[in-house]
Design a binder for this molecule. Sequence first.
Ligand code: TMP
Length: 215
Amino acid sequence: MEARGRFITLEGSEGVGKSTNIAVIADTLRLLGIDCVTTREPGGTPFAEEIRQLLLSVRAEPVSPNAELLLMFAARAQHLSELIEPALARGLWVVSDRFTDATFAYQGGGRGMNTAVIEQLERIVQGSLRPDLTLYLDLDPEVAANRLADRERDRFELESRPFFARVRNAYLERARSAERYRIIDASESLEVVGQNIRAVIERFVQQSRAGSSAS
Ligand code: TMP
């Protein structure tokens, strides 16, 4: 039977270079002979992408924090059952641009929602599934905002500087709390950030291979 794949997530605020670095992770895995799929949250399947549209579009009606939180987990439930779980079961590695750490950072940190509620939804939707490795691209929100510059902004990107400072603090607190996180300094050049990410992935693959040959 095919060994189960590994689940890698990439986190960080807008403007930190996640899209470029998702490709760096996938290319590094493929060079090491590992089949992987890349995906993103909210989204990743047609139905979940429709929920993403609902969540990101700028609208006049205020969105209730509970509605936002439940939609994030609704999209995640679909993403897990239709894409992530089947891929991992087939032995593919899954690389996701954001996952539940973003909920703790944005809804928990940014919106100030109760973390215990988020943990409960995490258990309901994911069971025991957690990422095997999470890379957090860390950047001062002021610098990140300048990188966004004149781009048209979605509902989250229109949030205030203090909101993004709370998001960063929540990410950092989580990233320092468990072994699966690696904090990457995203203030470096794209080239250096890419090199650092490649090094983390190569080490993780080595460890995974050593672990599976020992078992
Ligand atoms: P992005 O993937 O283009 O960065 O946009 C997704 C936006 O959704 C981003 O602003 C972060 C936000 N988000 C949450 O607020 N909670 C979540 O759980 C996830 C996955 C994303």
